[in-house]
Design a protein around this ligand. Structure first.
Ligand code: KG4
Ligand code: ZN
Length: 345
């Protein structure tokens, strides 16, 4: 069989990314994070679309150069089409369709959350089906049971805020800027996770849904009560960060391990932006040492939004569904959240 050489494009939120994948190997993965949103404390959709438009050609050129490939070498293009910001998704998908049409090659629409999910298999061929996946990002927090390729059952999802959203919103209250997840992670390293007790919502419920908005409210009241003028002591700030982080992580890990036990599945993937969290990674590591389970975590550059994971899933889709499934450009973008059905073209 001929090599699959795929250009992948990701533009669903505030990262413009392009990657080149040859079969299952990543040749390049260029990520440009938009910094314009920092001053607003959250992503402004219109600014995101404009920044994608400005960056996309250069990012694709860089990805092609680093991979040492010409456009004529490409056999297909993979692009994120859902979910995400509609305008931002349109920039990537329009570019992909135009280039696909010009080169006469198939364009593979890819679901962003499924991209995160299968990123756990990237560079981990030993991760086989079935697996349980915890996807934790700024927009999503869900546990999936994946029996085989494309057969994904959602066991539970957040009822309100995503875990990354909780990190970001609580970080904003603490004056840590946007996105606050990495800042809280860094500060928490020298904090005491037991210093303050914050709620672990739904932890003892038998289902796999999450809720993080109560935690956010609880931290808001706590700060108003204890630190009405703001937290000025660095060591207190570290303790608050460590305690908030622990509350989020404890619920995530508790439910994840319960799902693995209930469904008797040993392979576990944890992916999405929050999977970069150092405490989450070390807690998962120690949980796996005490149990007959294997946890697969993407490397850090595949945790944040990136095109490599989109190209990798594009490659898997080609392998399982064949090129014939991707001859039509009649797909559109979909900003809506989560999909619970099987992967199809
Ligand atoms: O997957 P992602 O890049 O974008 C979405 O699809 O949402 O995830 C971004 C989220 C943000 O909420 C960010 O604060 C969080 O991931 N995040 C972290 C860390 N790195 C990124 N949260 C906690 N600890 C981190 N180290
Ligand atoms: Zn994401």
């Amino acid at each position: 069989m001929n090599d699959r050489i795929i250009l992948a494009i990701e533009s669903s939120c505030d990262e413009t990314s392009a990657a080149v994948i040859q079969n299952d190997t990543v040749l390049s993965n260029i990520i440009s994070s938009q910094t314009i949103h920092e001053q607003y404390g959250g992503v402004i959709p219109e600014l995101a679309s404009r920044a994608h438009l400005q960056a996309i050609s250069l990012i694709i050129e860089k990805a092609m150069n680093e991979a040492q490939k010409e456009f004529a070498d490409l056999t297909s293009i993979a692009v994120t089409t859902e979910p995400g910001l509609a305008g931002a998704l349109l920039v990537g998908s329009s570019f992909a369709k135009g280039l696909g049409l010009k080169l006469g090659i198939p364009v593979i629409p890819v679901h962003h959350i499924e991209g995160h999910m299968y990123s756990g298999m990237l560079e981990h061929p030993e991760c086989t089906f079935p697996f349980i996946a915890l996807i934790v990002s700024g927009g999503h927090t869900s546990i999936f049971l994946v029996k085989e390729f494309g057969q994904e059952i959602v066991l539970g999802s957040t009822k309100d805020d995503a875990a990354g959203e909780a990190f970001d919103k609580i970080g904003k209250m603490l004056g840590l800027g946007y996105p606050a997840g990495p800042r809280i992670d860094a500060l928490a390293k020298e904090g005491n996770p037991k210093a303050y007790q914050f709620p672990r919502a739904l932890i003892h419920e038998s289902h796999y849904d999450f809720s993080f908005s109560g935690l956010k409210t609880s931290v808001r009241y706590f700060l108003q009560r204890e630190f009405p003028d703001g937290v000025h002591d660095e060591s207190i700030l570290r303790d608050i960060c460590a305690s908030v982080q622990e509350a989020i992580i404890e619920v995530l890990i508790h439910k994840l391990l319960r799902a693995s036990k209930e469904y008797r599945i040993k392979n576990i993937i944890v992916a999405g932006g929050v999977s970069a969290n150092s405490r989450l990674r070390s807690a998962l590591q120690s949980a796996s040492e005490k149990r007959p389970i294997t946890i697969f975590l993407p490397k850090l550059s595949y945790c944040m939004d990136n095109a490599a994971m989109i190209g990798f899933l594009g490659s898997l889709k080609l392998k399982h569904l064949g090129e014939e499934a991707f001859q039509s450009l009649q797909f559109t973008v979909n900003s809506r959240a989560i999909r619970t059905t099987r992967i199809s073209s």
